[in-house]
Design a protein around this ligand. Structure first.
Ligand code: FES
Length: 149
C-alpha cells in the first residue's frame, strides 16, 4: 500500500512537471518562432543562385555542324553555322505559338508543333504557319567557345 501510494505521488508529480514544461515550451515557441526560419533562409539563397559575372559558353564551335545547328533547349537558343566559321544564334521559341523549335536539318530550323521552318542563316520563315522570323541573339566566338554577346 505504501509503495503504491509513493508511485502514485511520483507519477502525479512527473505529470505536473511535463505539463509545466510543455506549457513553457509552447509559450516560448510562439514568441521566438520567427528566429529559426530567418536563420535558415540565408543558407538556401546562395545555393539557389548561380555565380554571376563571367559569361558562360553556350557551346563549343566544334559542336555546331556546318550547314546545320544545335538547339539548346535549356537556354532557349538555337546556334547555327550556315557557312564554315560563320555562327548565328536565334531564340528557340517559335513565333507561331511559342513552342520550342526541335531540330535543325537541311538548312532549316524546324518547329515540331505545326511544322514551321526557319532559315539557319537569318531565322526567316521558309515554311509556315509562322509569319515572323525567329528573334536573333547576339553571340561572340571567343577561342573555340560561343558566348552570348
Ligand atoms: S508553334 Fe511552331 S509551328 Fe506552331
Amino acid at each position: 500500500m505504501t509503495e503504491t501510494t509513493r508511485r502514485s505521488v511520483m507519477l502525479g508529480a512527473g505529470g505536473i512537471g511535463v505539463a509545466a514544461l510543455l506549457t513553457a515550451c509552447g509559450s516560448e515557441g510562439g514568441g521566438t518562432g520567427g528566429g529559426e526560419p530567418a536563420a535558415e533562409a540565408p543558407a538556401s539563397t546562395p545555393s539557389g543562385s548561380p555565380v554571376a559575372g563571367k559569361k558562360e559558353a553556350l557551346a563549343q564551335t566544334a559542336d555546331i555542324p556546318v550547314g546545320g545547328g544545335t538547339v539548346f533547349k535549356d537556354k532557349k537558343i538555337v546556334v547555327t553555322q550556315p557557312k564554315a566559321g560563320e555562327f548565328k544564334a536565334f531564340t528557340s521559341v517559335c513565333t507561331h505559338q511559342g513552342c520550342d523549335v526541335g531540330s535543325v536539318s537541311d538548312g532549316v530550323i524546324v518547329c515540331p508543333c505545326h511544322g514551321s521552318k526557319f532559315a539557319i542563316a537569318d531565322g526567316s520563315v521558309t515554311d509556315g504557319p509562322a509569319g515572323r522570323p525567329l528573334e536573333k541573339k547576339e553571340i561572340k566566338v571567343e577561342g573555340g567557345s560561343i558566348v552570348l554577346g
